[in-house]
Design a protein around this ligand. Structure first.
Ligand code: NOJ
Ligand code: CA
Length: 570
């Protein structure tokens, strides 16, 4: 099994060799006595390929650049990278407009470069997850070009084509989430096609079984080439109401000046689950993992994506987690409790290429690095699988454009100044303090923020108190500590509004995590007798507070935004 070559397997303690219980989630071989699958012990990181490392100095990152950093990823403790789309694409939506699902865009390299990167990744214990754009293709995909050309050709029914309501009248009131009508007229067919995103991203017709077969086949193409899974783009919007019922209009206007609308008839239709099952069937023979871009509004919706028989996505992302604010113990404690109440294996995500970086969301201008460490300890020690965002581990900031003419992301052009687009969270990785942060010797496609001089891999590697070394230490603990790999989660001191504390219990020991999420000093007492741990002392494992090797639990002193992690035994 491919996944067994991952470094994390080597870290498992000998006791995990016990005959495992098979979990209901998959019939593949578990990696521990609790029945966990390989992806449950792995740490994932999203890499935006345009911005990670530029090997040929054209200002755009590429696959050879990623390959050259596999040793860094191994050093950091990343087991799997999810690479945002690097398939051939006109790049209207920076790769989320795919014109060929079974090749690599020349700007990123070749299939041979992919094979090389995959091999180097494997040697370093880093698996590759690709990004599958399920909902739509590019309008330059050969399927769409043929589909637009004729109402009777072999691809005529591969996209969502409808007649208008009348002259110059689209079929209904649905809006694109990127602004304007979701319908585009094409003279050759005398019909409109539907696009939930840009007009250059026509939605596939998933009611056509030929579409499904072709798409499932493309995932298999990559499994055979060595990818260990897919992140599935925009799965919520795969289906539309066949009756084309108008969506309800709500008060006010959005950032593009369109009326607010509730996407009742073109979002999260029940048929989506059939496609999730189809993709899972294709993934199962390869023991591959499916991660979902699942924008749910509550935990019940998120639970649905695992499948009633655990036959859909193993890792639907909890993107509600990215929307929690402000930074308050109660807010995080409450949401985390709600997620665990579903009984599923959570997928924790703080940032991605569509969301302002967590570092910038929570910074207060005084304790920025300490806040980044609190947030890292908060989510990287939870039960569940984390997906980090590249650069998060060095405390990368957003670098939002300040002038409309600098904006690269089309939604930033359309919605300026209310919507500045997503350039700010997609800037080049900061490798060192040389010009352009060592990302390229050319002109980078997006500018690096001035903070690269202090927040970069080389400088932070040399500083034991850096955000980077804190992440590295957290991930090392996560990979080796049985309580963090397999322990349950119990919130403690739940009425404390400033300090969020929890236990990860496994057998006769537990890891205690105490996080001062406030701007004032706090002293907390933790009594764990109700949780089965009577000792009043912890052995310190990792801290940014002033604590000795052992710490009395009846008086843990925490400066503003500090972390205490200790071990307690029965
Ligand atoms: C979600 C992707 O993360 C985003 O970047 C993209 O614009 C849309 N899906 C459309 O593919
Ligand atoms: Ca390049």
């Amino acid at each position: 099994m491919r996944a067994l070559s991952f470094r994390l397997i080597a870290c498992l303690p000998a006791m995990l060799l016990f005959v495992p219980l098979l979990s209901a989630q998959s019939k593949s071989k578990p990696v521990d006595a609790e029945g966990h699958q390989w992806w449950q012990h792995a740490v994932f990181q999203e890499i935006y390929p345009r911005s990670y490392m530029d090997s040929n100095n054209d200002g755009i990152g590429d696959l050879n650049g990623i390959a050259s950093k596999m040793d860094y990823l191994k050093w950091l403790g990343v087991d799997v990278i999810w690479i945002a789309p690097c398939f051939p694409s006109p790049q209207v939506d920076f790769g989320y407009d795919v014109s060929d699902y079974e090749n690599i865009d020349p700007m990123y390299g070749t299939l041979a470069d992919f094979d090389r990167m995959q091999k180097i990744g494997k040697q370093n214990g880093v698996g590759i997850v690709f990004d599958f754009v399920v909902n739509h293709t590019s309008d330059k995909h050969k399927w769409f070009i043929e589909s637009a050309a004729s109402k009777t050709g072999p691809y005529a029914d591969w996209y969502v084509w409808k007649d208008g309501k009348g002259a110059n009248q689209p079929p209904n009131n649905w809006q694109s989430t990127f602004g304007g009508s979701a319908w585009q007229f094409v003279g050759t067919r005398g019909q409109y096609y539907y696009h939930y995103f840009y007009p250059q991203q026509p939605d596939l017709n998933w009611r056509n079984s030929k579409v499904a077969a072709a798409m499932y086949g493309s995932t298999v193409f990559w499994y055979k080439r060595g990818v260990v899974g897919f992140r599935l783009d925009a799965v919520d919007t795969l289906f539309e109401d066949p009756n084309l019922t108008d969506n309800p209009i709500q008060p006010g206007k959005n950032e593009y000046g369109d009326p607010n609308m509730f996407p009742k008839y073109n979002d999260k239709l029940p048929e989506v689950h059939d496609v999730m099952k189809g993709l899972r069937n294709a993934a199962n023979p390869y023991n591959a993992v499916l991660i979902g871009e699942t924008w749910t509004s509550n935990v019940a919706e998120l639970k649905d994506y695992y499948g009633k028989k655990h036959d859909e996505l193993q890792m639907p992302m909890d993107l509600m987690f990215t929307e929690l604010k402000p930074l308050k113990a109660d807010i995080f404690r409450k949401h985390i409790a709600a997620v665990y109440s579903s009984g599923e294996w959570p997928v924790w995500v703080m940032s991605n290429h569509d969301i302002k970086r967590a570092y910038s969301r929570f910074a207060d201008g005084k304790h920025d690095d300490n806040i980044a460490k609190v947030m890292a300890a908060m989510y990287l020690l939870l039960r569940g699988t984390p997906i980090m965002y590249y650069g998060e581990e060095i405390g990368m900031q957003n670098n939002d454009p300040t002038r409309k003419e600098d904006v690269k992301d089309p939604i930033g052009q359309l919605g300026w100044p209310e919507q500045k687009g997503r350039d700010g969270e997609r800037t080049p990785m900061q490798w060192n303090d040389t010009p352009n942060a060592g990302f390229t010797k050319g002109i980078p496609w997006l500018p690096v923020p001035a903070s690269y001089q202090t927040h970069n891999v080389a400088s932070e590697k040399a500083d034991p108190n850096s955000v980077l070394n804190f992440y590295k230490n957290l991930l090392a603990m996560r990979h080796s500590d049985p309580a963090l790999l397999d322990g349950d989660y119990v919130a403690v001191n739940e009425s404390d509004a400033n300090v969020y504390s929890y236990l990860r219990r496994y057998k006769n020991r537990a890891v205690l995590v105490v996080l001062n999420m406030s701007e004032s000093s706090q002293t907390v007492s933790v009594d764990l007798s109700a949780q089965g741990f009577g000792a009043m002392q912890a052995k310190t494992l990792l801290t940014t507070a002033k604590a000795g090797d052992t710490q009395a639990l009846d008086g843990i002193s925490l400066a503003p935004y500090t972390v205490y992690v200790g071990e307690v035994t029965k």
